[in-house]
Each structure stands twice: as C-alpha cells, then as structure tokens.
Design a protein around this ligand. Structure first.
Ligand SMILES: [Zn+2]
Length: 433
C-alpha cells in the first residue's frame, strides 16, 4: 500500500514538474536519454559515430528539442558544432557543453547526458524569462574521433588547436577521407577554424559527464567536482640486445632486450604511485618473437598522465633515467621516441568551488578528482575560457561499452547539480563584470 501510495505521489510530482515550467524536470532528461537510445542504438549499444547517418539523425532529434524551447536560436558553426542560444541581457555567455556522438557499440550516457542535461537547464532558464547573461548549449562535433582517430574535432577547431592540414587525409576503415565525410555533413574543413568566433563572448564553460572510471563508485559517492584534465606524455621505447639461441646461451652471457621492458614496466608503476599519477605500458612487441630465441629487440609504449605539468615532467624524467639504468644493468641499449604529448588543463579554481558547493547542495557530500580522459572541456579551457566539469558516478566504473550505466537517482542528481551550478555561474559572471 505504502509502495502504491508513493508511486502515486511520484507520478503526481512528475506531472507537476511537467506542467510547471519554472521547475527543472530531471526525469525528462532520463526519458529523453532512453528515447535517444531507442532512436540511435541497437542490441550492441549506441551507434552515433560522428559523420554517419545515425549521428545526423540524433542531431536532427536534438535540434527539434532545442528548437521547441521559446526564444532559443539553433545553428551550426563552420566546424559542425551545434549551438543553441538564448539571448540574455548581456552578450557575455554561459556555455554548457556535451557531445551526442558516441563510439561504435557505445554506452547510453557518454556525451549525451551532458547535452540533454544542458537542454533541461536551458528549458528551466528560458521559462524564467530573459536571463542576465546569454546562455548557450553546444553539442560538439566528433568528440570521440571514433571513425578517423582524431578526437575533440569540433572543440579543438573552436579553441584554434586543430590543424586542418593534419587531419584532412585521415581515413576511416573503408578508405573514406575525413575531409570528404565532413563535407557530406556540411563542414568545409578549410573553414573549420572560423568556429573560434563562437568563444568570443564566452565567460564560463560547464560540462557534466559520467566519470567513466571507478573512483566515485569505490568511494560510494554520487558526484565529484573535476579539478582538470591530465596532461599526457606518450612515448615508444625500444630496447635492443642480442637475439641468441635459448638453449646454448648461458644466463650470464645474455643481452635480453625483454629484460629492459620487464624491469621498466615495474619501475613505471612505482613512479606513478610515488607521484600520484598514472603510468601504463599498453603494448609490447618482441623480435624475433619465437619460443626458442632470446629477445633481440623489445618495443614498448609508455603513457604517463598527471594533472600537474611539473610533476608530469618529473615522472617522464624518472622513467627515462630508470630506462638508462636498466639498460646498463642488462647490457642492452635503449631509445625513446615521442608519440604524443598534451599539457594538463587545470580548471578554474572559483568554478571548482561553485561546482563543489552545487554538488554538496544536491548530494550532501562532494569529492574533488582529476579527469584521466580528455574532454571537450580541455579545449575550451585551452582557449582561456573559465571552465569546470561535474562527474557523476559510473556503475562498474566502465564506459565506451554497452554496459556503461549510472543509477537513475544519480542521473537525476547530476541534472540538478548542473542546474545549480549554472545558476551560481550566472551570478559569478555578473559579479565579474
Ligand atoms: Zn564523452
């Protein structure tokens, strides 16, 4: 009985929320996430890979939702980012971002929770009349880079970090070039950097995201305020020894290249723990790679990440020193080659405080954590716009997979926290004037 009564009360509350335009309705966000899943997913998960017909369908659906909000103008910029703008008393703008594209067989929340929570907050603000500052929800173009291997396409065009010449010839599995796939969706690559104009009046940028990792889950916390995105040092390391017969070469006479990889792998784990960062060896290859030969050449990759640029540089230097010491011990040679590197992007300290306060108001408790994965927020931060992110707990601590999930009560909290953060940030922008 009590159960039925509470069900009835729930549905009354929900109806009240639906018909009271002033009230935020996080349940609607959850319903829309499910609607999107129906529309663009299958038994294997979400299929909204950027520059595909399914992605275009998702965006058309999003356009209709945004276009239905009174006073909101919707347009695409030259990099294919979708902008919904509610003009305020001031041109200075609060930006709320997300990405509706997914990896193939992706989850139902990565990227689209951000976007749809932004839509709900925009509805609440629009219903209250002309806001003090301009409010813009942006759906970034191709955050995942799933098809061409270049992530953060649209946001890096807006920040100016994109180099069109470096991406025009990237090809997908079928040999289609990025430049042609983008053109099919109305994007002329040589004009993409004009998206920079969109950030001209940006006074703050907010992004809600699922954590995609196990930290909040292990602490049994619904949400956290994000301190920034990790910087990354990514290198290929080659140890060279001497390939020789596995039976005829006594242990003391070996120059075993795999010995270098083995010892360095253990060393980088200690370096990561010592500095509070993360270090990963993701790939190892050996030559000649047969059961009866000592390894003559061993190649490994090393990915190191930290929120503090100075500490990241130290982690890198220590890994290099360790590799040289190990090479000496093993009587082998070592060579390093840089694969990729990006600096850390620490978020705005005052916005982190506001994010923390918003989470506490909604969840009772908050936590501060860095982001291991990169997000569009990093590009906006690079452009000099004060930025912060909110993380909501991921069940299983897993993402980019159809089992990606978050408790519905936590999803609701996340929409409420984003709304509160938007309110506080508008006041913050006004007071900065
Ligand atoms: Zn994402």
């Amino acid at each position: 009985m009590a159960f039925l009564a509470s069900l009835a009360a729930d549905s009354i509350n929900r109806d009240r929320a639906r018909y009271n335009p002033i009230m935020l309705d996080p349940q609607r966000t959850i319903a829309e996430l499910k609607e999107l899943r129906e529309l663009t997913g299958n038994a294997d998960g979400a299929q909204r890979v950027a520059f595909t017909p399914t992605w275009a369908k998702a965006r058309q659906w999003l356009r209709e939702k945004l276009g239905a909000i009174p006073g909101v103008e919707v347009k695409n910029d030259p990099a294919g980012n979708l902008w919904a703008t509610l003009k305020g008393q001031s041109d200075r703008a609060l930006l709320i971002g997300g990405h509706i594209d997914s990896v193939p067989n992706g989850g139902w929340l990565d990227g689209c929770l951000n976007t749809l929570a932004g839509v709900e907050v925009l509805r609440r603000i629009a219903a209250e009349g002309t806001p003090a500052v301009t409010i813009r929800v942006v759906d970034w173009c191709d955050e995942e880079g799933a098809r061409f291997g270049r992530s953060l396409f649209g946001s890096s065009a807006a920040s100016g970090a994109l180099v069109p010449d470096e991406v025009r010839d990237l090809t997908d599995r079928d040999g289609v070039k990025l430049i042609d796939a983008a053109r099919e969706h109305g994007i002329e690559l040589h004009l993409a950097l004009e998206a920079r104009h969109e950030l001209q009046n940006a006074a703050a940028y907010l992004e809600l995201h699922i954590e995609q990792g196990p930290v909040l889950l292990s602490k049994e916390l619904p949400m956290g305020a994000v301190l920034g995105t990790f910087g990354v040092e990514r290198h290929a390391i080659t140890f060279t020894g001497q390939a020789a017969h596995s039976g005829s070469t006594p242990m003391a006479h070996r120059r075993d290249a795999l010995g270098g990889v083995s010892k360095l792998h253990l060393a980088i784990r200690e370096i990561a723990v010592r500095h509070g960062g993360v270090c990963t060896v993701g790939k190892v290859e050996t030559q000649p790679g047969i059961v009866t030969a000592i390894v003559g050449q061993a190649d490994m990759t090393l990915d190191q990440r930290h929120l503090d640029a100075a500490v990241l540089a130290k982690m890198y230097a220590e890994a290099r020193d360790a590799s040289e010491r190990i090479a000496k011990e093993e009587k082998i040679d070592v060579a390093w080659r840089k694969i990729w590197q990006i600096q850390p992007f620490p978020f705005h300290p005052e916005l982190i405080e506001l994010a923390d306060a918003s989470i506490k108001e909604v969840c009772g408790v908050s936590h501060r954590l860095p982001s291991g994965p990169l997000h569009d927020a990093a590009e906006v931060c690079r452009a000099g716009v004060p930025t912060v992110m909110l993380f909501v707990q991921s069940l299983h601590g897993i993402s980019h997979n159809k089992i990606e999930d978050t408790k519905e009560e936590h999803l609701e909290m996340s929409v409420r926290a984003l709304d509160r953060l938007a309110r506080k940030t508008i006041a913050w922008i006004e007071q900065k004037r």
